[in-house]
Design a protein around this ligand. Structure first.
Ligand SMILES: Cc1cc2nc3c(=O)[nH]c(=O)nc-3n(C[C@H](O)[C@H](O)[C@H](O)COP(=O)(O)O)c2cc1C
Length: 313
């Protein structure tokens, strides 16, 4: 840890996400860190608590036509369309490199039917180098008329059960914020066996070019992320952490150690750094350093002291 001086004690940053033990609570958010290797020359990948790779589907996806990213006030909108190489190529081409890293690898998955989720999970379960599966339930269920799995508690529970039945590793269910009451979905996936939940995914938004009188994104609507969504994410993490017993992973506008620690106070056991990776490719590593410094400065026995330690008068 280059940021600590030799005489400094080593801070205890370990956290557990159900059965999964991490050296520190900082992970990369899916879709913002490629397949990991893209960042190898920019930072120390092994400084992270875990690497979460780009969402993987059963078949390769080309994604949406451009423009598919636009900057907004304090954030960005994306309509990448979940472009990825598909599970078979991911296992054949990406896992060998990832498997050699001394850091847990978490694979984010997406499907358009329960069967797709099952098949992807079975294929990933054959790889011993995968430490956990994160399930993106913000995708449309084609067999149910395109309604997103993540907006209906029964459908969210069904996906969770389907993945849990086939998975040999812990299952983290990633919740969509595009719902009226996120705690209802969180309770449903917990009851269906989720080992942890992560939240939030992007909020559905839109940007318009006045001069051209056209939408900024070819897809018209997209997912909003970055600092703009942090207050919403904090509120949702706070509510979900009080509603369920399994660990909560906080995501949404985290760019600094202070952001991460605020999420932990709100009840998160761990965090993910997303859009900040585009602004500063070392952001996730710097969050780890900053948390270490905070734990030492505050003389905390461990970072775990921060989880849910928010004081409310
Ligand atoms: C370009 C881009 C691609 C993303 N792709 C995925 C994905 O494949 N699967 C997923 O579950 N979330 C995906 N997300 C959502 C992020 O993982 C994260 O939940 C969201 O951006 C909020 O965190 P942030 O504000 O730190 O970016 C993507 C986000 C962005 C900006």
């Amino acid at each position: 840890m280059e940021y600590l001086k030799e005489q400094d004690p080593i801070p205890d940053l370990r956290v557990s996400i159900g059965p999964l033990n991490l050296a520190n609570p900082v992970m990369t958010a899916s879709g913002t860190f490629g397949y990991g290797r893209e960042f190898e020359d920019l930072m120390d990948l092994q400084s992270l608590g875990a690497i979460i790779v780009k969402g993987i589907s059963l078949s390769p996806r080309a994604g949406n036509p451009p423009p598919r990213i636009v900057e907004t006030a304090c954030g960005m909108l994306n309509a990448i369309g979940l472009q990825n190489v598909g599970v078979d190529r991911f296992l054949a081409e990406k896992m060998e490199y990832l498997g050699k890293l001394k850091v847990p690898i978490i694979v984010n998955i997406l499907g358009e039917s329960l069967d797709e989720y099952r098949v992807i999970t079975e294929k990933l379960s054959a790889s011993p180098a995968i430490s956990a599966i994160e399930v993106n339930i913000s995708c449309p269920n084609v067999t149910k008329g395109g309604v997103a799995f993540g907006t209906d508690p029964a459908m969210a529970a069904a996906v969770t059960r389907a993945v849990k039945e086939r998975s040999v590793v812990p299952v983290i269910v990633k919740l969509s914020p595009n719902v009226t009451d996120i705690t209802e979905i969180a309770k449903a996936v917990e009851a269906a066996g989720a080992d942890a939940v992560s939240l939030i995914n992007t909020l559905i938004g839109m940007a318009i070019n006045l001069k051209k009188r056209r939408p900024q994104l070819a897809n018209v609507i997209g997912g909003l992320s970055g600092p703009a969504i942090k207050p919403i994410a904090l509120r949702m993490v706070y509510q979900v952490a009080r509603a369920i017993s399994v660990p909560v992973i906080g995501i949404g506008g985290i760019a600094t150690a202070e952001d991460a620690l605020e999420f932990m106070l709100a009840g998160a056991t761990a965090v993910q750094v997303g859009t900040a990776n585009f602004v500063n490719p070392r952001a996730s590593e710097e969050v780890v350093w900053g948390i270490s410094e905070y734990v030492l400065a505050e003389k905390l026995p461990s970072v775990r002291e921060m989880i849910g330690a928010l004081e409310i008068c």
